[in-house]
Design a protein around this ligand. Sequence first.
Ligand SMILES: C[C@H](O)[C@H](O)[C@@H](O)C(=O)CO
Length: 491
Amino acid sequence: MSAEVKRHVAIDLGASSGRVAIGTIQDGKLSVNVVHRFANGGVPVQGRLYWDVLGLWKEILHGLRLAAQHGHIHSVGVDSWAVDYALLDEHDLLMDGVHHYRDPRTGGVMDDCLNVLPRSAVYASTGIQFLPFNTVYQLVAHERQAPGILNRACQLLLVPDLLHFWLSGRRATERTNASTTQLYDPREDAWSAPVITAFGLPPVLFPDIVPAGTVLGEVTPAVAQETGLTSTVVVAPATHDTASAVAAVPAVGNDWAYLSSGTWSLVGVETLSPVVTPEALQYNLTNEAGVNGTTRLLKNVMGLWIVQECRRAWGSPDFAQLYADAEAAAGGPLVDPDDGRFLHAGLDMPQRIQAYCRETGQAVPATPAEITRCVLESLALRTAEVLLQLEDVTGRMISTLHVVGGGSQVRFLNQLLADTTGRRVIAGPVEATLIGNLLVQAEASGSIPAGSLRSVVLQSEALDTFEPTTAVPSQRLALFAQLGRAQPLHS
Ligand SMILES: C[C@H](O)[C@H](O)[C@@H](O)C(=O)CO
């Protein structure tokens, strides 16, 4: 490799695993070398659910040590899931564990908050979908659990911001993730004073907001010593993993939507500005910040989490086999994947699906294959519904659905998506999050021309196309639309 080719390192933290990867650009193409993979997941303690941030930090240091052995690393940046945060005291010490957004502590909190400041006012200020685990409701829950903690805290840092602080010593919140908190006003590009005031949150907690691509500073001497990195800068990528994934969608034109498919199914389009209209509120669509001033107008659909949790209950059979068996199984029963009962962790996930089918008068899927098929068909139908909502609020016609992320490897789901939505599905890249993270760093460091992220992805990645073959009967769409939505996670 020639001396001037820069090495960038992406630290990509997902809900069930993390990766450290080196990216380099040569002849307009990105090469990715994953140097370290590790497991992640919730840690249950006394009825609460936490993330093991210290364990993640240890894995990150190990990954950086391995990366440093490949030669000089120009930059490093972290992305992760959204909404979760750490509180730091006046000595920069962690004041509590980092709670997992699936921690049941937020039960009922969102409804209480919306009695104080109505939905319409929260939405007008933030444009963010109502999800019970948004940072704002987690903070109110935290204060209820540990009265006074918010006033004792000096700083709130979202998970990637905490890791950037430990890497560089700089405290800041990167905008794409800040937007997911429901505490950020996209039109002002600032924390939302009305929301912060209404819920009694101390404004001093919230750090400066910086855009993706900001150079935060060099790695600290302690990190340099621990890892062998020298003169490496920490660059904030799009720290919300979904924003990184969307940045790497290999799309051209304007008639496409994306599905970032993994633990969550994030279904959306990219817009030039937030769409904060009564219709968007009615559909509970969210306006999260994207890279380079774009907006990610999308909806969270529960995603493959439901299958992951069932698989845990079934003793972790091979995923590929489970999906192959699902393809061969009889389909039929459907669930609303966004029913609130599917949000929380639990080894009774298969029984929750069966109970849903029983309650709605459908056949009850019995085997792992039948249950998995039920979830995949339901996810495809929910995706179809959301695409119609997106077309409705934007006035756009969506002819192509780009499926990126780990879930894009599930060929059976890709075909179901094509058939159910009636749209062409283009699958890949699988590593969209890592790629988006690396390309934002590359853009900030001058390794690629500004605004060329998607063309680099198109040059670098092989994609798979799935055309709609068997149209899904309209009765099936109607049946899905009529399913009981007794406990919606969001409406
Ligand atoms: C809570 C989820 O993490 C979040 O809404 C989703 O956007 C995500 O980050 C998936 O990784």
